[in-house]
Design a protein around this ligand. Sequence first.
Ligand code: GUN
Ligand code: FE
Length: 453
Amino acid sequence: FCSFQVPGGHVYRGTFVHSTQQAPLQILEDALLGVDTEGKIAFIGKGAELDRLSKTFGFSPPDITQLEQHEFFMPGMVDTHIHASQYSYAGTALDMPLLQWLNTYTFPVESRFKDLGFAHRVYTQVVKRTLRNGTTTACYFATIHTDASLLLGQIANDFGQRALVGKVCMDRNNSVKHYKETNQESQEETCRFIAELLGKKYPLVKPVVTPRFAPSCTGVLLGQLGEIAKNNNLHIQSHISENAEEVKLVNELFPESESYTDVYHKYNLLTDKTVMAHGCYLSDEELALFRETGASLSHCPNSNISLCSGVLDVRNVLKHKVKLGLGTDVAGGYSASMLDAVRRALDSSKVLTIQDPEHETLSFEEVFRLATLGGSQALSLDDQTGNFEVGKDFDALRVNVAAPGGPIDLIQCDGLKCATQHLLYVYLSSLAGDDRNIVEVFVAGRKVVPFTE
Ligand code: GUN
Ligand code: FE
């Protein structure tokens, strides 16, 4: 708090929009926000408080960066589930259901990441693309290859993205000859991955224990991974209940378990640092177990629709008070953009309302919160990021709704508040808004877009 000093820090003045626990969308007009030398938010106040704030925090008006009328800051978006290794075929190969899709397309492509040159190319592209699209935090699946997974961590660090990175673990049910490990290899390589990644001391990159999903892992491996996560207090990620055939397979593979959720629970893989992707077919009892353990869900609507997997009832998840974020799930989802995830989440919710008019459709504001604060909560990073609270890191997007090349047709409004609300809605919910409107991206106070290459 007291380390704040201009010129080391930075002060911005203009419109800020974000979510809080109480309000899914809060618009702060003519706000002043100070970022300290460590990239943390030192204060946020009203423009009218300029005198007091400048005295307290030791800056003067010429130090202030003033946003334009048609600009605002919003929190950086949190992609709670993305396969960095599948970026190379995003937008293709969406003609099969999940289990066939994995064997036909996914495993052969992922096996190529043994080649570090290939891994470097793809991982650089995915980090750059997601940053440019406003993903300040990403929770990544890599592949089974430890060195390539470490490389993904290094690239995220080099470009300044906040990231959880997982070396994928899988010891059974794989059609591709050279793309599997024994449970012993998987355990040893996971330990090496964690030790080496932590050893790099990247400030914003953490390892995440990553059993691919129950059908790819024996009980022995799941138990080993649960132990590793527990002993080192690590994040955990996997998939759950994405597709009906998959659920059936899990019931056959783990006959002693009561449910898919129970499989992970038995092996200590449901903790308050766990994020599970999809969850389309979870029962109310399973959701209650998520709530009890503090585990969260990643809603991946593009993927759910693209692979004809299912439609998650987000309203029901929220009713169970399960933590929830959004994920792109590249390449099951064809877009790496979180703005796409926002739109697909709205569409999916509307599909449920079409099917049942009693269904309470998600509001635009609620989905905005899922993409930002919700994601940070789902990844247990909400003490550091997710909105513009004092003490958190400044992870932010500077949005210009009238950016060159972005066709925006503004409806006239009375007053800035109305205009801002309208701009935000247009920006996030129509084709007019895309990465061209995201003119600058900040992670922990550092400007990471445009790139310095
Ligand atoms: N379940 C297990 N692996 C995967 C994957 O790579 N993508 C998706 N969408 N689901 C999975
Ligand atoms: Fe996935």
